[in-house]
Write a protein that binds this ligand. Structure first.
Ligand SMILES: NC(=O)c1ccc[n+]([C@@H]2O[C@H](COP(=O)([O-])OP(=O)(O)OC[C@H]3O[C@@H](n4cnc5c(N)ncnc54)[C@H](OP(=O)(O)O)[C@@H]3O)[C@@H](O)[C@H]2O)c1
Length: 279
């Protein structure tokens, strides 16, 4: 049975796929006190299975078909293209929760593979999950029991913050913003360090300045207790250096560039979803 509330939810969780994301979630769950005996993994790569056993002490089967049928929650953590093969022969108990973290795989596709007797939550985490600092967008269709939603949130909260969306299509926008977002940030750090080097700084000095500036600014966004627009205004003195730079970024259309970049990422997520939805 799916447990009734997050506080009592010591559900049996089976991870299908034991890659980076699964490891981030398992590590996070164990840190919260989730009993190792309540976690199982299906992972076909022997070296990876050995690593998971050594790292977490969890039992690892070579395939989902070799897992028992008693999981309260299945976390689908394989690449989208591997999903059909990964679920072959899986046994499930009616009412169990299926949480997918696979990019682009729609719930209609999962229903076709696993049937209608399960509760489904589709999610989109992001890479900082590997450091417990991720954010995950979650979607559950109407009629999903509150207990299933709560359990999905407890599982994903092991990797960071959680935010629910109302429509499955919104997960494409989540993909465009937070899924791909860390790469936009990395590009910003790269651009800053290149610009600093062009101004005559030693490359390693420019790299350190760029990285720590972004880390420090990110901490201010998280902890300063002020809206990010206010934080920007606070450091933009009239006639000063920051204003000179920001005026250029605004007039060069940085906001429009980001709007278009996210629109393209959203469209690409839809295309990838269509391609995976064919079977
Ligand atoms: N990493 C991210 O930042 C991120 C962010 C958002 C969403 N996601 C999504 O999360 C999913 C997993 O990502 P990931 O980064 O954890 O990928 P990953 O590290 O490649 O993990 C996938 C794991 O599943 C294993 N696998 C393959 N076939 C299997 C089967 N038949 N049965 C059981 N396990 C099987 C893979 O083994 P092999 O080595 O043989 O392939 C691999 O160990 C993907 O759909 C990805 O789009 C990832």
């Amino acid at each position: 049975m799916i447990a009734d509330s997050p506080t009592t939810a010591i559900a049996r969780v089976a991870f299908i796929g034991g890659g980076n994301m699964a490891a981030a979630l398992i590590g996070g769950l164990l840190k919260t006190g989730w009993p190792v005996a309540k976690i199982a993994v299906a992972e076909p790569v022997t070296a990876r299975a050995d690593w998971l056993r050594a790292q977490f002490g969890v039992p690892v089967a070579a395939s989902a078909a070799e897992l028992g049928d008693d999981a309260d929650a299945l976390v689908l953590a394989v690449k989208p293209q591997q999903m059909r093969e990964a679920l072959a022969g899986i046994r499930t108990r009616p009412g169990a929760l299926v949480v997918s973290i696979a990019a682009g795989v729609r719930l209609a596709t999962l229903r076709r593979l696993l049937g209608d007797s399960l509760a489904y939550v589709r999610t989109m985490p992001n890479t900082p999950a590997l450091f417990g600092a991720g954010i995950t967008g979650l979607y559950a269709p109407a009629g999903t029991p509150d207990s299933a939603r709560a359990l999905a949130q407890v599982l994903l909260a092991a990797a960071g913050d959680c935010v629910w969306v109302q429509r499955e299509e919104e997960l494409d926008a989540v993909t465009a913003l937070s899924g791909s977002g860390p790469a936009y940030f990395f590009l910003l750090v790269e651009a800053l360090r290149e610009a600093g080097t062009a101004l005559g700084l030693a490359p390693e000095v420019a790299a350190q300045l760029a990285a720590q500036t972004c880390i420090g600014a990110a901490r201010m966004v998280a902890d300063a207790g002020q809206d990010v627009s206010q934080l920007r205004a606070n450091v933009t003195s009239k006639g000063g250096t920051t204003e000179a730079a920001l005026q250029h970024l605004e007039s060069a259309g940085l906001r429009a560039i980001f709007a278009e970049a996210l629109r393209l990422a959203d469209a690409r997520a839809k295309q990838l979803g269509d391609a995976l939805d064919t079977d």
